[in-house]
Design a protein around this ligand. Structure first.
Ligand code: CUA
Length: 225
């Protein structure tokens, strides 16, 4: 989860989020190199006394400063497209979780397991026993090391099911069923929030995932009443 003055991404919980972080770092390096180069060029242009009254055009320099940025952009565009299509892929999911956005809470359905369903409301913060503004009464329980499909929809307005450490951010639209998938590669509790401005209590419909072993997951789903 994000803690105070957390400037970077949260630690990844899925292979796809790891790739997203790598892509972010790659793009940031290109950005820093470009910024330094351009500011150096501007500085040296401002602070010199060279004058050439007859320089009106130069085909060669214009050719260079058109092609160089174009090549740089390709180095960002190709990995970006690779990631985009990788995120869209669905690799034989083991279970499907349906997540429904409401004003202002999420509800979940495990359609594969006798349609287990429950609402997930934010809980009041008390005595440092839970996570302020991030904890819910009924958490999503999911098995780690398994491909999971998530179907996302809403009943009233547009919400957005967003869990940063998984690299998932999908809008929940009324009348539409969106699909994405992820693979949780470690146990733990992972937090998310709605990220579509959906009304007065938009900030108070968090998402909590408890990632546990498949054995404990089967135990949980069997004993669900
Ligand atoms: Cu639901 Cu913002």
């Amino acid at each position: 989860m994000a803690t105070w003055s957390n400037f970077n991404f949260q630690n990844s919980t899925s292979p796809l989020m790891e790739q997203i972080i790598f892509f972010h770092d790659h793009t940031l390096i290109i950005l820093i190199i470009t910024t330094i180069l351009v500011s150096y060029l501007m500085m040296s242009l401002f602070f010199n006394k060279y004058i050439n009254r007859f320089l009106m055009e130069s085909q060669m320099i214009e050719l260079i400063w058109t092609i160089l940025p174009a090549i740089t952009l390709i180095f960002i565009a190709l990995p970006s497209l690779r990631l985009l299509y990788l995120l869209d892929e669905l690799n034989n999911p083991l279970i499907t979780l349906k997540s429904i956005g409401h004003q202002w809470y999420w509800s979940y359905e495990y359609s594969d397991f006798n349609n287990v369903e429950f609402d997930s409301y934010m809980t009041q913060f008390e005595n440092n026993n839970n996570f302020r503004l991030l904890d819910v009464d009924n958490r999503i329980i999911l098995p780690m090391n398994n491909q999971i499909r998530i179907l996302i929809t809403a009943t009233d307005v547009i919400h957005s099911w967003t869990v940063p450490s998984l690299g998932v951010k999908v809008d929940a639209n009324p009348g539409r069923l969106n699909q994405t998938s992820f693979f949780i590669n470690r146990p733990g509790i992972f937090f998310g929030q709605c990220s579509e401005i959906c009304g007065a209590n938009h900030s108070f419909m968090p998402i909590v995932i408890e990632s546990i072993s498949i054995k404990n997951f089967i135990n949980w789903i069997n004993n669900y009443s």
